[in-house]
Design a binder for this molecule. Structure first.
Ligand SMILES: [Zn+2]
Length: 235
């Protein structure tokens, strides 16, 4: 194949970050500086500073006050992550519907969009939950299972990412992806911005972005844009 499926390019790089917390502000600044695109999976029922928790005993993680930062995610994709972040596989069907439908409705309103993406809270999923996603009009759902490969998402409701940004194999994968030439490939990196704790963590993350940025043969796109490119390729 001469041309790639991702806006004429064979390689696509995408990120996704969950839970919508205040560290997204600095993270997005870095992503924007390097022209990178990602998807932010939000729990609309938690988008307030009234809701915070302690991460690994090192810092309090505050969710974003939506009213303070209504445009924070501009240029990126906002996707669902359920209304209150429960383990959906442990709930009855109606509660699952409520968690997903309410989240989508609110995000549609808050961001003036038709929300189409999803990430499973805690990465847990089953057939029942996936069927509710489809019923609610969502088109794909990300897990937390690393593939360590650059496969295209052939099963969008069980979209396994390439790796977590803090994974020890990430650096090696970055190099591999940059050198890759012969086929359509997706590099999907996920995580939470609150996992960036020390200045060293932030510098390491920025280095990773810098390495991957501004390559002529890579399309920098959001999760849903990848799904659209793949769906459109046969038409
Ligand atoms: Zn989460």
């Amino acid at each position: 194949m001469k041309h790639g499926v991702f806006n004429g390019k064979k390689k696509a790089l995408t990120f996704s970050f969950d839970d919508g917390n205040v560290d997204d502000i600095r993270l997005i600044e870095i992503m924007n500086k390097y022209g990178l695109k990602g998807t932010f999976n939000l729990n609309s029922g938690k988008m307030t500073h009234a809701n915070f928790w302690r991460f690994s005993d090192v810092k309090d993680v505050y969710h974003i006050n939506f009213t303070d930062y209504p445009d924070l995610y501009k240029g990126h994709e906002v996707a669902c992550h359920s209304y209150t972040h429960p383990d959906l596989t442990k709930l009855d069907r109606n509660t699952v519907i409520n968690e997903i439908k309410t989240d989508k409705l609110l995000l549609d309103l808050m961001y003036n969009q038709n929300t189409e993406g999803f990430a499973y809270p805690f990465g847990t999923y089953n057939q029942e939950v996936a069927s509710v996603l489809v019923e609610c009009g969502l088109k794909y759902a990300r897990t937390v299972n690393s593939t360590y490969s650059f496969e295209l998402p052939n099963e969008p409701l069980v979209w396994n990412p390439t790796c977590h940004f803090k994974d020890e194999k990430t650096e090696e994968l970055v190099q591999k992806f940059i050198e890759l030439e012969d086929r359509n490939a997706v590099f999907y990196i996920w995580g939470h911005s609150y996992e960036l704790v020390t200045e060293e963590d932030w510098q390491r993350f920025e280095k990773l972005c810098e390495k991957l940025a501004f390559k002529d043969d890579i399309s920098y796109i959001t999760n849903i844009e990848i799904i659209s490119c793949i769906t459109d390729k046969d038409s």
